[in-house]
Write a protein that binds this ligand. Structure first.
Ligand code: AMP
Length: 396
């Protein structure tokens, strides 16, 4: 096999990357946005340049046709065995998928059935897969699940302390998310340090618009901050993360909020946005710097929650070889990285301020010489990990 077309299909967007699996280079990639709305936009880039188009896209099959058009117009050509396979990102694989799966009717049925656990995420992934099967008949297609890396969570980490029969009946347990990123980053962290992946203890902090922490012991996820859905855990751009469930009861009774209102509140109007008015940490930081008390509190709450999980995972793992920061905030914000580990000197974590604030990009170490726990920045690459897993599954 030489190329995999990685597809990330959201409810109103389609992201794609054509990856050469021998060289691991991106040959072409793009983003189609506002699918199903009256106006749409898309971008397609190749190593030669970026092409932007404004065009409404009725549904996912039209978006697929637009993607194929973009490859035809701007390259690289999709023919002669290109792509050799398609790989789809799917958020929820439940307890059923512990690794990538070649798509067939049974797998499609399972993903559909798991939509009950991820109503916002699995249906658009299925729409993307359906469009892809139509557009690329006869080419092998693979589903790679965000939850698969967390299938190794022990029962004490994935069980909620509620009525066990009710939980079993409705499959209520923690599944985690961001698994593809946690797997990629934890492995790269061990390789970067020259430590055996099978024994390395790594805490990964994936801090993007969505955010989650993961404790990885010898390449296995043993704890993670997202739960049955990607709402639990850290403070995120628009999601609350952890909250006393009784707050929902209180708001339902006192503020007359419906289930849908609460869903909207916790998923779309909370987190940094709810606290400060902006979901983008760059805005929040610049506002805090100009004296905005709400913005400062938002950063303080964000960091407080991060330290909470770092402490917990140091305890669960019994210490760590590395703490690895990744995604938009983790890769770009020295202030958040410094704030997250500031109190961890007692556990052998010592940051090097100069390394941490260096504008350097790429994989790097930001802890001081002699720090017992290495602190790293590892840019995540979910698309590459998805392509690698597909190649491994298809065995070419
Ligand atoms: P992601 O979801 O991984 O693309 O991350 C997106 C988030 O990264 C944005 O919402 C920003 O808040 C954050 N981000 C990107 N660059 C920076 C930066 N230089 N400083 C702080 N936050 C950043």
């Amino acid at each position: 096999m030489s190329t995999v077309l990685v597809i990330n299909s959201g409810s109103s967007s389609l992201k794609y990357q054509l990856i050469d699996t021998d060289t691991e280079q991106v040959l072409g990639k793009g983003l189609i946005e506002r699918i199903g709305q009256r106006t749409g936009s898309s971008s397609h880039s190749t190593p030669e340049g970026e092409h932007l188009t404004e065009r409404a896209m009725r549904d996912h099959p039209s978006a697929f046709r637009a993607m194929i058009d973009a490859f035809r117009l701007h390259g690289p050509a999709l023919d002669d065995g290109t792509p050799a396979a398609l790989a789809h990102r799917v958020v929820q694989g439940g307890a059923r998928f512990s690794g990538p799966a070649r798509i067939d009717d049974r797998v499609l049925q399972d993903i559909d059935e798991l939509s009950a656990l991820a109503p916002l995420h699995n249906p658009p992934a299925l729409a993307g897969i359906g469009a892809a099967l139509e557009a690329f008949p006869g080419i092998p297609q693979v589903a790679v699940f965000d939850t698969a890396f967390h299938v190794t969570l022990p029962p004490e980490a994935f069980t909620y302390a509620i009525d066990k029969d009710l939980a079993a009946r409705h499959r209520v347990r923690r599944y985690g998310a961001h698994g593809t990123s946690h797997k990629y980053v934890s492995r790269r962290a061990a390789e970067f340090l020259g430590v055996d992946v099978d024994t390395a203890k790594v805490i990964v902090l994936h801090l993007g618009n969505g955010a989650s922490a993961c404790a990885v012991d010898g390449g296995r996820s043993i704890d993670t901050s997202m739960g049955m859905t990607p709402l639990e855990g850290l403070v995120m751009g628009t999601r609350s993360g952890d909250i006393d469930p009784a707050v929902l009861l209180h708001l339902s009774r006192r503020a007359d909020l419906s289930i849908d209102d609460l869903d909207e509140l916790l998923n779309r109007r909370s987190g940094l946005l709810g606290l400060s008015g902006s979901a983008d940490l760059r805005d929040v930081v610049s506002r805090a710097d100009s004296g905005d008390a709400d913005a400062q509190l938002a950063i303080d709450v964000y960091l407080h929650r991060l330290r909470h999980y770092l402490g917990a995972y140091l305890a669960q793992l019994g210490g760590a070889d590395a703490i690895a920061f990744t995604a938009g905030v983790g890769e770009n914000s020295p202030r958040i990285r410094a704030g997250a580990v500031a109190t961890l000197g007692f556990a052998g974590v010592q940051l090097d301020e100069v390394r941490n604030s260096s504008p350097e990009r790429g994989e790097r170490i930001i802890s001081a010489e002699g720090s017992r726990v290495a602190v790293l920045v590892i840019p995540t690459n979910e698309e590459l990990e998805i392509a690698r897993q597909s190649v491994e599954l298809l065995g070419t």
